[in-house]
Design a protein around this ligand. Structure first.
Ligand code: SF4
Length: 337
């Protein structure tokens, strides 16, 4: 049962109606025991559903299990999460009740600076497995915000991610603007997201204002000219009322030049947008370096002064094995030396 629809079908086959399903899904997504609440379940659940609940509960908690937990000094914690077939993904508990989830095992985009991208795509993470990462995290601490910035490119697993967003934004008790869909940009995202009943906030990975450099850094991302990407983002931001969060992994000597800074001002000045500058976390064996914090701060300050709302951010738990994908990579090495 990898998808939310599988769970619904299972309950329907036992005689559950939509209200019963919603109750089971709500308690699961909120990490509450299936027998919690004011009214005992026996009072309204069909017997067949009631009898299956303990086994269903166990199966749902087995969808995502905690393999390792690595607390960072900033209040975050990197989690290595085991899936039922033995695959692993990473989730990150973020400071201030946030959680970063993974939407794929591996990733096909192949960003040259990313450990996850080196593996290619191994498999999709089902919608139920995405929600299960949230339910698991909620057994550790409260979760009020979910960002889809972990392993994988959410637009390459769009149906599952949208189903998970719908559940989390309805019965999962996460505010819509606190669901953040993070993507390298794909035309299907701009078509589909506005149609959902839960409209998440959008984060767009820009990384450079040069189309040629973007094609090198994100080799298998859809060929979106940065200017077109920003224009599509602006339409979504105005329609939803949430600013677009642009992500810029700042890599020394690659995308930290004066020309790039001019390019950002040209693209984003006056836009309903926030630029998140994230100094790169070095990954062993990859030829990219992190700029000094002082240089990154200078860039952020200069953008801010020139009219682009900019935040300089550390990636969460950067004292714990650097960037996304490294816990999994180490785990895979352990299993297959
Ligand atoms: Fe995929 Fe994101 Fe890594 Fe790029 S940075 S390869 S989109 S997981």
């Amino acid at each position: 049962m990898h998808s939310i629809q599988d769970i619904r079908d299972h309950l329907r086959a036992l005689g559950a109606n939509e209200r019963h399903e919603q109750r089971v899904l709500r308690l699961w997504a909120q990490a509450k025991p299936q027998d919690s609440g004011r009214r005992p379940l026996e009072s309204f659940m069909p017997t067949a559903v009631r009898e299956t609940l303990p086994a269903l509960s166990q199966m749902l908690s087995g969808l995502a299990t905690l393999r390792e937990q690595h607390p960072g000094q900033d209040g975050s914690a990197r989690l290595l999460v085991g899936l039922q077939d033995g695959q692993t993904v990473e989730s990150v508990l973020l400071p201030r009740d946030g959680l970063c989830v993974s939407s794929q095992v591996g990733c096909a985009v192949g960003c040259v600076f990313c450990m996850t991208g080196r593996e290619g795509l191994i498999r999709q993470v089902g919608s139920a497995e995405i929600v299960a990462q949230v339910a698991l995290a909620r057994t550790l601490r409260p979760i009020k915000k979910v960002v889809f910035m972990g392993m994988g490119e959410p637009s390459h697993n769009l149906d599952a991610v949208m189903d998970a967003i719908d559940l989390l934004g309805t019965v999962g008790n996460i505010g819509h603007k606190n669901l953040v869909f993070s993507t390298v940009g794909d035309a299907r995202v701009f078509e589909r997201l506005p149609q959902g009943r839960v409209k998440p906030a959008l984060a767009l990975s820009l990384h450079t204002t040069r189309a040629d450099l973007r094609a090198q850094l994100l080799p298998r991302a859809p060929r979106f000219d940065p200017q077109d990407l920003v224009e599509a983002g602006e339409v979504y931001a105005r329609a939803t009322g949430y600013p677009i969060q642009y992500q810029w992994t700042l890599i020394e000597g690659v995308n930290d030049s004066a020309e790039e800074i001019d390019g950002i001002v040209r693209l984003l000045k006056g836009k309903y947008a926030l630029m998140n500058m994230i100094p790169y976390n070095a990954v062993p064996d990859l030829p990219y370096a992190r700029p000094s914090w002082e240089r990154a701060a200078e860039i952020a300050r200069s953008l801010h002064q020139r009219g682009v709302l900019t935040k300089l951010r550390q990636s969460a738990g950067q004292d714990v094995d650097g960037g996304c994908g490294q816990l999994r990579a180490r785990d895979v090495q352990r299993v297959q030396p």
